[in-house]
Design a protein around this ligand. Structure first.
Ligand code: ATP
Ligand code: MG
Length: 756
């Protein structure tokens, strides 16, 4: 039930209360994780509404994900009741910008029914343009151009304002960018970056209109401000006056979207652009135990150039952050799944548990394990589902019904399922359409009655057009789900999938899922827009399920128990970010680690594997440097293989495990890996070998054994689990070239080989 006036403020600390009550003038809340920034923003919103300072539609509220927007709406409804429904300008930057663009699309040459292209469509358009310009698309790929254009758009640059020096394919950058924008207009489409960019154009070129919006939005509230990029920043500036009531909340230590053009500098710029801005700091963390907070704070201290802040909590110490080394990725998923079951038996809900990964490839092992053990889980934030071909096909039908101009949708489904309209005919149609400046579908309507195309093709096309028209007429009279089912049935799409014994059933199940999920939308357009905007798909949301997601997707969220797997050099910090951006990249990775640890309320578990299958290849892994950076007082290291790694794990092991044979080594030493292979093995012979490395029970060998690197000899006979017996031909670091008796010559990692 909604609470009485003022009740929503109950429990806020004085600084939080100040941030809520300082409604007039610019305010920047700069504070660490879990200090209640989002809560302050939500309460502030409630306060403004409850005190009648503004009506719901006079508030512009920007969150970082759709999920966050949804949660904020729910919290507001809880605080102030049904009047929260009028909050029509609450959403992500993209969704609010899309709304504004729909109202003024004609100012940038679009119709308000414009479609929002996804990556695939975008790349198809760019490929055509590159080919038309005779550019080698192997060297200059559509994907890299799409990345480039996205980068430009994030900085607020149009083809006209593109600075010299920004280029693609030796001087063709600007021309390609302009051609792409023109092509999008003719398709009545835009891409993601355009949503904001077109807004900037529209508001920039129409001061009266911009002034209209500035008057409309009496209060502006922005969450996760540290991750805004230049375009978003400019957009906020256009919609607010310098004396405006703008409240931004953020944490420089959680800036993790540098690769998308986010600028921490926006935080610093705030005080300059909004003179007299009040800066409020919150220092009390309400989310996590003191061990979790201590571990996270210690970790982030390794970053330079921080604004710096204090964080404290009154919460109990709780459990120390557990760090566990395991043999390989599978052992890691087994460990975590078992722990989840244990927790579950002890009364914890699945939905209170999250697994936060650095990269999506890490998800597979968990998903497989969970399916095996029937642990319910949901993958949050991955657009995987919507990226499936069958889903995209279904959407293409709907898009074409929604907008006759959508040539990309036309191309995708005109012959899917096969209707006897060959590629040549399709190309011909597209050429004619372009020549006459028509959409493909409009061109088809004309061509049906001419002799341009073969009679057979004409018949197929006229049936196709007749079907589309019939479905379009149905659109208003049945639910979207029913409409989609009808289309899939009548077009023969369902039959086509039924005929596919290999994966047809999975696809039909996905389509079923799709038609079920569509019902919640008022209009087809709203649904299609949702699909384009959706960045956080939560299948099975609402169910009691373990949440799997990337660290990026976890921003702003919290869970009682958080697993942080894959803390290995190369995985996390990711090799790519270090290769591409050096120290800056590393610092961003460390902020990501900070975000990860601070998601946990009661319990955080970090793990790393010694070996991992990365993109189909086995690689041996070194523990992440972040493991080392965790302050020892807040960490408890464990291992089921006897391996503790360097850093705190090693020190911890020394003090804790008196009667267990343990060893560790500086992880750059060659002895480390040798020892590792012995302890993980359970055969008597290996245990003997291990004892040679570990000098007796309870003795800790704290440094690498230099002799260990020459443990292998050329010509030595070895055994490998998969390839059998063989002889060593060459030794290259930790890799051996082995001449196997059955499998022939292979290069293998030495830890997978046993001496015979
Ligand atoms: P992040 O930086 O991770 O986004 P945040 O600063 O936005 O964190 P919130 O998510 O708003 O933090 O709050 C963290 C947790 O602390 C939430 O569970 C919130 O309800 C709780 N919390 C915030 N302020 C208070 C308070 N004054 N009393 C009790 N609990 C609070
Ligand atoms: Mg928050």
């Amino acid at each position: 039930a909604p609470q009485g006036a003022g009740d929503y403020m109950a429990g806020l600390n004085p600084e939080q209360r100040l941030a809520v009550e300082t409604t007039e003038g610019p305010v920047l809340v700069l504070a660490g994780a879990g200090t209640g920034k989002t809560r302050v923003l939500t309460t502030r919103l409630a306060h403004i509404l409850a005190t009648g300072k503004a009506r719901p539609w006079e508030l512009l509220v920007v969150t970082f994900t759709n999920k966050a927007a949804r949660e904020m709406r729910e919290r507001i409804t809880h605080l102030i009741g049904p009047s929260a429904e009028g909050l029509r300008w609450l959403g992500t930057f993209h969704s609010v910008a899309a709304q504004i663009l729909r109202r003024h699309a004609e100012l940038v040459g679009l119709k308000s029914s414009f479609t929002i292209l996804d990556m695939d469509d975008q790349e198809r358009v760019l490929k055509q343009l590159l080919e038309a310009a005779n550019i080698d698309t192997k060297r200059w790929t559509p994907r890299s151009l799409s990345g480039m254009i996205d980068h430009w758009k994030n900085r607020g640059w149009t083809p006209d304002t593109l600075p010299a020096g920004e280029d693609f394919a030796n001087g063709k950058g600007k021309g390609l960018y302009a051609a792409y924008q023109a092509r999008l207009v003719s398709l009545n489409a835009c891409d993601f970056g355009d949503l904001l960019l077109h807004n900037l154009t529209i508001l920039g070129k129409n001061p009266a209109l911009a002034e209209d919006y500035r008057r409309r939005f009496k209060y502006i509230l922005v969450d996760e401000y540290q991750d805004t990029n230049v375009a978003q920043y400019l957009w906020l500036r256009l919609l607010s006056s310098s004396t405006g009531n703008v409240c931004c909340v953020g944490d420089d230590d959680q800036s993790i979207y540098g690769w998308r053009g986010a600028e921490v500098d926006n935080i610093l710029r705030f005080e300059r652009d909004f003179p007299g801005a009040k800066v409020i700091r919150l220092e009390r963390n309400y989310r996590s135990t003191s061990h979790i907070l201590g571990a996270a704070s210690g970790l982030i201290e390794a970053n330079k150039g921080r604004l710096g802040k204090t964080l404290w909590t009154e919460a109990d110490g709780g459990e120390k952050v557990r760090v566990q080394g395991v043999w390989d990725g599978e052992a890691e998923s087994r460990l975590i799944a078992d722990e989840i079951e244990t927790q579950r038996r002890a009364g914890r809900k699945y939905s209170d548990i999250a697994i936060l990964v650095r990269a999506s490839f890490q998800m597979r092992a968990f998903e497989e394990r969970f399916v095996l053990l029937a642990i319910p889980y949901t993958v949050v934030g991955g657009p995987r589902f919507f990226e499936r071909a069958e889903i995209r096909d279904a959407h293409a039908y709907l898009r074409l019904i929604q907008s006759e101009d959508d040539d990309l949708a036309f191309e995708r489904i005109v012959n899917t399922p096969k209707r006897g309209i060959g590629d040549t005919s399709v190309q011909k149609i597209l050429a004619i359409a372009r020549q006459h400046n028509l959409s493909a579908l409009t061109a088809v309507r004309g061509l049906i009655n001419t002799d341009e195309l073969q009679a057979r093709t004409r018949t197929a096309l006229s049936n196709f057009v007749r079907d589309l028209d019939r479905w379009r007429a149905m659109a208003g009279t049945v639910t979207h789900g029913e409409l989609t089912e009808t289309i899939l049935e009548e077009s023969g799409y369902t039959d086509m999938q039924r005929a596919d014994r290999a994966s047809g059933q999975t696809r039909l199940d996905n389509l079923k899922e799709l038609t079920q999920s569509m019902q919640a939308f008022d209009s087809l357009q709203a649904y299609l827009e949702h699909v384009s905007l959706v960045m956080d798909l939560d299948r099975g949301a609402g169910e009691d399920a373990v949440q799997i997601m990337t660290l990026h997707a976890a921003k702003g969220l919290e869970f009682p128990l958080v697993f942080l797997p894959g803390w290995e050099e190369g995985v996390f910090p990711s090799q790519r970010s270090i290769d591409e951006k050096g120290e800056k990249g590393l610092e961003e990775e460390r902020r990501l680690a900070y975000v990860g640890v601070t998601r946990a309320r009661e319990d955080a578990r970090i793990s790393f594997a010694a070996n991992r299958l990365v993109y189909g290849r086995w690689t041996s892994q070194l523990p992440s440097r972040f493991v080392d950076e965790l302050p020892i007082d807040h960490v408890q290291a464990e291992s089921d293989t006897g391996y503790y790694g360097a850093g705190p794990g090693l020190k911890e092991a020394k003090s804790r495990w008196d009667d267990t044979p343990v060893f560790g080594a500086g992880y750059s030493s060659p002895g480390w890996k040798r020892a590792q292979s012995f302890t993980a093995s359970t055969t008597p012979r290996d245990r003997m070998a291990r004892n040679a490395v570990i000098e007796g029970k309870g003795r800790l060998i704290a440094t690498g054994d230099p002799k260990a690197s020459s443990n292998w000899a050329r010509g030595e006979r070895v055994f490998h689990q998969k390839f059998g017996y063989g002889a060593i031909r060459a030794i290259e670091g930790n890799k051996l070239v082995v001449d196997f008796e059955k499998a022939g010559e292979k290069k293998v990692i030495d830890t997978f080989v046993e001496k015979t």
